[in-house]
Design a protein around this ligand. Structure first.
Ligand code: SAM
Ligand code: SF4
Length: 417
């Protein structure tokens, strides 16, 4: 029986590792070089909460507290700077929530605030997530002038009935208009689609793809709609297409995207050559990221340890703790050194999502652990046909990609070692 593959990419690819069994590893992580550093900025508000969504997003108040949010963001970044002194930032992802609810002035001030504190590579990818129901030409032109060079649009579907069933604030016409506006002003535009939607047929899924492709888009993220705990859909589940239909849709997506010249480079991501999302690719290659804003996660490497951080999720508490801190309380919900025994699984959770995998040497570069600590699970994965036998790359076979959870779990550790 196929197990379910985690199809959706959290923008913050913060893995939720199960408690790993101890590997026989040295007690200390020693990194001889640090990976690329990205910055994630979380914007926690949406026009309204979608019934399927478990992101840290909240229905916005009548007036967004943009000035206060920006002030808190600057304080959050200031407090984080000692963790990344001297490092250049390779990409910024302003995610949410719905960052396109922010005014042009706020996005401009946000990017100026970041640039004044952190050195950015001159060609840094700067992505902003947008909901088609909040797209306006004037604002998008201004975002571009401030340095945003990539937009990720949450289209989900072009079909009015599907959009209604998903509780979206936009319809098919608004989705099409939003793409045109984004493409007019921003050099790179990603479209998010979801499939296996309530009442959706394989033909309707194909039609959504055709419409997306008709805009000449170069990057598509296609997510299997998942029922997440603590959402309205978890409480009142909609009637979804059965597994056979969902598999048929996956085949349709694979065939159509390949025929259109896209590389299926990650579980849910398709790109034309040269159009991959640099920021997400860095997550999957086990790169570093600083996350600021409510609920944001971070992963930061040092020569002797890897740190994981999370901010408190409530926007009001996060702002209050940064702007008027109460004694003993902090805007951080978590800050912990990752035990070396957890690193193999965390690394594989990300790297094996990439269709090309990663160079084998990057395991040691990114975790500080010798390859020998995973020699047993590596051999077992190859023996089971889940991992490519090429010793220079860590890469899932087509079977391994299909049974990705099984493959990743082999790296949870071996109680006997
Ligand atoms: C933060 S949202 C994108 C921007 C904006 N908030 C929007 O929805 O238009 C990120 C993407 O995650 C996907 N997503 C959210 N919840 C999902 C779920 N339960 N199952 C699958 N994909 C989901 C959607 O495709 C969505 O566009
Ligand atoms: S607009 Fe996006 S982030 Fe906001 S609730 Fe809907 S899916 Fe979630």
């Amino acid at each position: 029986m196929p197990i379910s593959i985690p199809i959706r990419v959290a923008h913050q690819a913060a893995p939720k590792p199960k408690l790993a069994m101890p590997f026989a590893v040295p007690g200390q992580t020693i990194l001889t070089s640090l990976p690329p550093l990205a910055l994630y900025v979380h914007v926690p508000w949406c026009v309204r909460k979608c019934p399927y969504c478990d992101f840290n997003s909240h229905a916005a108040p009548d007036t967004l507290p943009e000035a206060r949010y920006l002030e808190a963001l600057a304080a959050d970044l200031d407090q984080s700077l000692p963790l990344v002194w001297g490092r250049k930032v390779v990409s910024i992802f302003i995610g949410g929530g719905t960052p396109s609810m922010l005014s042009a002035e706020t996005v401009d001030a946000m990017l100026a605030m970041i640039r004044s504190r952190l050195p950015l590579l001159p060609d840094a990818e700067i992505t902003l997530e947008a909901n088609p129901g909040t797209v306006e030409a004037g604002r998008f032109q201004a975002y571009a002038a401030s340095g945003v060079n990539r937009i990720s649009l949450g289209i989900q579907s072009f079909d009015d009935a599907s959009l209604k069933a998903l509780g979206r604030i936009h319809d098919g016409n608004e989705a099409r208009a939003a793409i045109e506006i984004a493409q007019r002003f921003i050099p790179r535009v990603n479209l998010d689609l979801m499939f296996a939607l309530p009442g959706q047929t394989a033909d309707a899924c194909r039609q959504d793809l055709e419409t997306a492709l008709s805009f000449g888009t170069t990057h598509l993220s296609v997510y299997h709609l998942t029922m997440e705990p603590n959402t309205v859909f978890a409480k009142y589940p909609p009637i979804l297409p059965d597994d056979d239909v969902a598999f048929e849709m996956q085949d349709v997506i694979e065939e159509r995207m390949t025929a259109a010249g896209f590389e299926h480079y990650e579980v849910s991501a398709y790109a034309k050559p040269g159009a991959r999302c640099f920021h997400n690719q860095n997550y999957w290659e086990f790169g570093d990221y600083l996350g600021i804003g409510p609920g944001a996660h971070g992963k930061l490497s040092f020569h002797d340890r890897i740190l994981r951080e999370a901010r408190v999720r409530s926007p009001d508490t996060w702002m209050a703790q940064l702007l008027a801190p109460t004694e003993g309380a902090t805007h951080l919900a978590e800050s912990r050194v990752v035990p070396p025994a957890d690193l193999p699984f965390e690394f594989m959770l990300n790297a094996l999502r990439l269709s090309d995998g990663v160079p084998t040497a990057s395991f040691t570069e990114r975790t500080g652990l010798g390859l020998q600590v995973i020699s047993r699970p590596l051999a077992e994965a190859v023996r089971k046909g889940l991992l490519d036998p090429d010793p220079t790359r860590i890469k899932a076979t087509p079977l391994g990609a299909r049974f990705l959870n099984d493959l990743q779990e082999l790296f949870l550790g071996d109680p006997e070692t």
